[in-house]
Design a binder for this molecule. Structure first.
Ligand code: PHB
Length: 389
């Protein structure tokens, strides 16, 4: 009798425990954030994670009575790893949404998982035009390369740049940069004398920069992914391109806010086009930059950080609307969101699920002994043109 009572007690306890677990599961809203936290693109991962955590700290960790659980995983920047982690997050952790994606190949590798499992996937970093077409469950809060480089091409033409050499990283966003900048620049009457591509991993720009020097263009147009701009800038001056009177114009990843200060005098005067500058003059951005720095030992947010911060906004507001339900309802609640980001006004186009925002031409300037991307021109409501070619 004694033993029976004991057994009964045990199974009840187990049942209560199980019910408790089930309830905990029902009462969570899970976000699976996949980012390169180690390896050559760790600076991107750091920005994504820091911004996501900041958003939660500022906006609370409960949505519609559910506890928000941010599950952060390191994919080291390798597509097969991203895909495997996404699978585990969807099947094992039953996340409501996948987020992050520091590089285009990582987003493309994961797209089929989002489609098959009907899990919304928020691309916070990667920027090749084609990404949103890889799955109907993808929503993008970063930017697209064609959006920004076409604005830069128009600026270059209007600013007496007639002859360029393009130098890009040899993978999808680099190829988008090369194609869309050069096409627009040539349509404006400009001449592209040479097109150069450097490898993504451990690039040595020096031999390519020598070729640029020999070609004597008015300007070098360049794209490298976040984190690689410092090496490029150093080799640009070491090879004497600045002294030879060759200007540098670039897709904004090159003068990445979180490493810009370390680039030194060589960066001053470089003109880029992008959707976010830590120097953007708005109350919203001032607060964001301050809070981000305070939470991260003085680190400046860059465009990766803002992509993640805004991505969290899109997820939170959608989850509030669906009361924590995932799948297609969550995806639909992400479409068409309009809001004021630290970058400026933005919205998620309900048809394309892609970001629409202002694109700024910026010039690197030294202000109070710090380097900033200072906005000198604004084009509003820029849609991705990559998909309408
Ligand atoms: C990308 O892989 O899509 C990507 C990565 C870093 C950038 C821009 C684009 O700075």
């Amino acid at each position: 009798m004694h033993k029976r009572n004991f057994m009964l007690g045990c199974s009840l306890a187990a049942a209560t425990l199980l019910a408790g677990t089930a309830m905990a599961q029902d009462n969570t809203f899970k976000i699976g954030l996949i980012a390169p936290l180690t390896g050559p693109f760790a600076s991107t991962g750091k920005q994504l994670e820091a911004a996501a955590r900041l958003y939660i700290a500022q906006n609370g960790d409960t949505i519609a009575g559910r506890k928000v659980q941010l599950i952060v995983k390191d994919d080291t920047g390798v597509p097969d790893v991203t895909k495997r982690i996404a699978q585990e997050l969807v099947v094992g952790d039953k996340v409501h949404v996948l987020a992050g994606f520091g590089l285009t190949p990582l987003a493309l590798a994961t797209a089929p998982i989002a489609t098959q499992s009907k899990t919304p996937m928020v691309v916070m970093a990667a920027a090749t035009s084609i990404i949103t077409e890889a799955s109907p469950f993808i929503v993008r809060t970063s930017f697209t390369v064609p959006q920004v480089v076409t604005v830069l091409a128009d600026w270059a033409t209007k600013n007496n740049i007639k002859k360029v050499v393009s130098l890009v990283t040899d993978y999808a966003p680099g190829i988008d940069s090369e194609k869309f900048f050069n096409q627009r620049f040539q349509a404006n009457g400009g001449v592209v004398v040479e097109m150069l591509r450097v490898p993504l991993r451990s690039p040595d720009f020096a031999p390519f920069l020598q070729k640029v020097r020999d070609a004597k263009p008015d300007a070098l147009f360049t794209f490298v992914p976040a984190g690689q701009g410092s090496v490029l800038m150093k080799q640009f001056t070491e090879r004497g391109l600045d002294k030879a009177g060759i200007r540098m114009i670039a897709e904004g990843s090159v003068t990445d806010d979180d490493i810009l200060n370390g680039m030194g005098e060589a960066a001053v005067g470089v003109v880029t086009a992008h959707h976010y500058s830590a120097h953007h003059k708005s109350e919203r951005n001032k607060k964001f930059v301050e809070a981000f720095g305070k939470a991260n030992g003085g680190l400046r947010p860059n465009f990766m950080g803002v992509g993640a911060y805004d991505g969290m906004r899109v997820i939170y507001e959608a989850a509030k609307a669906t009361k924590g339900q995932g799948g297609e309802p969550l995806l639909n609640a992400m479409k068409g969101q309009v809001f004021e980001s630290p970058r400026g006004p933005m919205y998620i186009d309900a048809q394309t699920r892609d970001v629409v925002h202002s694109v700024y031409v910026r010039r690197v300037e030294r202000i109070d002994n710090q380097l900033w991307n200072v906005e000198i021109q604004t084009t509003t409501d820029v849609k991705d043109i990559g998909k309408t070619r």
